[in-house]
Ligand binder design. Sequence first.
Ligand code: KIV
Length: 272
Amino acid sequence: MSVAKKQYKRITVKSLVEMKANGEKISMLTAYDYTMAKILDGAGLDVLLVGDSASNVMAGHETTLPITLDQMIYHASSVVRGIERCLVVVDLPFGSYQSDPKEALRSAIRIMKESGGHSIKLEGGREVKESIKRILNAGIPVMGHLGLTPQSIYKFGTYTVRAKEEEEAEKLMDDAFLLERLGCFAIVLEKVPAHLAKKVAESISIPVIGIGAGNGVDGQVLVTHDMLGMTHEFNPRFLRRYSDLYTEMTGAFQQYVTDVKSKDFPSDDEQY
Ligand code: KIV
C-alpha cells in the first residue's frame, strides 16, 4: 500500500510523531555549519542534528567528550541560520547535564536561547530521568539516545554493538518506555541488533531513529561527513556512502596546487 506523504512547510516535533503514525520514514543527518545546513535543508531533509560528533568530525578529537557547551552553541547557531524547513536538534554535550537536573536545564536553556535550535538531545535512560523531566517542564522538546551512547565510551570500552545480551536488551526496552512516558518526542537508537530496534519501534508511539539499528525503525540518521565519504578511514558496516568526496576533494585540491604552481590560475578571464 502506498503512503500518501503530507507536505510539511516546516518540520516540528509534532510532524515527526505524525510521520510515524502515517508510516512515513524520517530522514535525519548531522550538520555543524551554515553552508552544509543550507544544502541539507534545501535537499528536503526532515531533521538536522547538531551532534556532539562535531567533536570528532570538526575538531579532530578521538571522542565526543571534549566538546563544550559554548562550542555546541556556536555550531548550532550557524546551522539555524542556514535552515528554513528542517527541525534542528542540538546535542547536550558531555558534562553539561549529568551532574544535576538544574544544571541540565540551564544547559538546555542556553542552547535554546543562544542558538535558536528547536530541541535538545541527551544520552541515557533512567540515569537522566530527573534532568529530562526538568527540561521538558520548561517546554523544551527532548530527543533521547539509547544503545551505543558515545559519551559513555570509556565505560563501554569499545564502539561495538550494544544490547546483544538479554539483560542489556531488557534495560534498553525499559528505558525506551520510560523516555516515551516522560514525554520525549523521539529516540535515537545507536548500534543495536536490528530485531531489538524493530521491537522497540513497534512498542512505543514516538519515533525511533536508528543508526546501525536496521530498517525496522521509524527513521535513519548518519553523520553527514561519513555518508559523503569525506571520512574515508571510518568504515562501519552500517554506513552507506553516497559519495566519495574524499577522493573528489583531494583531486580538486591537487589540481588547484598544479594550476597555481604552473601559473595556469588565474587566467586572463579570472582577473580584473
Ligand atoms: O552526535 C551525533 O552525531 C549523534 C548521531 C550519531 C546520532 O549523536
